[in-house]
Unconditional design. Structure first.
Length: 364
């Protein structure tokens, strides 16, 4: 079993070692954790969605607690195999918004560029499950050329979001080539990278890697911390390195039943995130992906969480709660109601404590 204390530090802290030795089978995981019958059975099924967990991410699980929030994100349960009437094969209609393979163009001025379908760790709640993890393939040079041509021809695209899968499962050289190509396009003003590597394989963020990224500024990065237990010495170091290289970090949390769906956990999470210079960006309502029903929370829970953040903690620690609209409508913010009513003369509001205030409109 790959336990930290048995592994030489130069291996344990080598991201490629972590990636190569991802735990993928029942027998490997059974050695690492005290698995429940449900987990064992789920791991024997020919799963529709890959299992892969870095030894590091497994090391931050509680081996004895089946409800461990880290474990629940990584190890399948039987519930994952049950279909529900609201499930959609492609809830965000990404395939219909894909003008060429590997590009999703849903908003006027920005596109998503999918560079790989491989991840350091396969999240059970992945929204892109339909295509992630099957073949562990990355975009080919020919496919990349077609995607880049699309971006070049669409001069309205000023923001390119490099995502996947996890783009940081590619090596530095490959990523550097991709980023250089995107950076070269004149009308692209900013590149964003979406990655879970700082959380699932923090050793990926080497000094050499951040030096490479710096060539392509302005580079922003969005990560996905879902629980305060993911903020470890290792993930902290990864985020600090990125922030020190001038890369603004945003966090996109998925609201997950039984994992992080309380006010206390979310408040603790956002407060810890700002300490490591990661700004909470989005809190996502769980998408209608097949096998995610058991993770879904009522929308009212998200609203309640927002109600208990705004005013109660630093404004820059507060994410926007969004529903990514089924059918491809994009992210729609959902907030508690602060406007009680509005007339041409005034607006009547309540504050975070429930006190009521009137703001008069300009006199015409
Ligand atoms: C989320 C997303 C974006 C980025 O949206 P922002 O609100 O700008 O962060 C862009 N394209 C697609 C397809 C997305 O899903
Ligand atoms: S890292 Fe992202 S793409 Fe990969 S499994 Fe998790 S949510 Fe899906």
């Amino acid at each position: 079993m790959l336990k930290k204390q048995d592994i030489p530090a130069q291996d344990w802290e080598d991201w490629q070692w972590q990636f190569r030795y991802r735990l993928r089978t029942l027998s490997q995981l059974d050695e690492a954790l005290n698995l429940t019958d449900d987990e064992k059975e789920s791991l024997t099924k020919t799963t529709r969605f890959a299992v892969g967990i870095t030894p590091y991410f497994a090391s931050i699980m509680d081996p004895h607690d089946p409800n461990c929030p880290i474990r629940r994100q990584a190890i399948p349960l039987g519930a994952e195999f049950i279909s529900h009437s609201n499930d959609l094969p492609d809830p965000l209609a990404e395939e219909t918004r894909s003008p060429v393979p590997y590009i999703v163009h849903r908003y006027p001025d920005r596109v998503l560029l999918i560079v790989t379908e491989t991840c350091h760790m396969y999240c059970r709640h992945c929204t892109r499950k339909r295509r992630v993890g099957f073949h562990e393939e990355a975009i080919t040079s020919e496919q990349l050329a077609i995607a880049l041509k699309y971006i070049e021809e669409h001069t309205e695209v000023r923001d390119v979001l490099v995502s996947g899968g996890d783009p940081l499962s590619l090596g530095d050289e490959r990523l550097e080539r991709i980023l250089a190509e995107v950076h070269r396009i004149k009308h692209v003003e900013v590149i964003r990278i979406g990655s879970r590597a700082p959380i699932t394989n923090p050793f990926r963020i080497t000094q050499q890697f951040v030096e490479m990224l710096r060539q392509f500024h302005p580079i922003w990065m969005n990560v996905q911390f879902n629980h305060p237990n993911e903020i470890t010495a290792e993930s902290t170091k990864a985020c600090e390195r990125l922030a020190d290289a001038g890369i603004p970090l945003g966090n996109q949390t998925v609201l997950l039943r039984g994992i992080n769906d309380t006010v206390e956990i979310q408040k603790h999470l956002v407060q810890k995130l700002v300490q490591i210079r990661v700004r909470p960006y989005y809190l996502y309502q769980c998408d209608l992906v097949q096998g995610l029903e058991h993770f879904r929370t009522p929308v009212s829970r998200g609203i309640e969480i927002m109600e208990h953040l705004r005013g109660h903690t630093s404004g820059f620690a507060i994410p926007t709660f969004v529903i990514d609209a089924p059918g491809g409508g994009g992210k729609i913010p959902v907030t508690p109601h602060y406007v009680l009513y509005q007339t041409p003369e005034k607006i009547v509001l309540r504050n975070y404590e429930g006190k009521v205030f009137t703001y008069p409109e300009p006199i015409k």
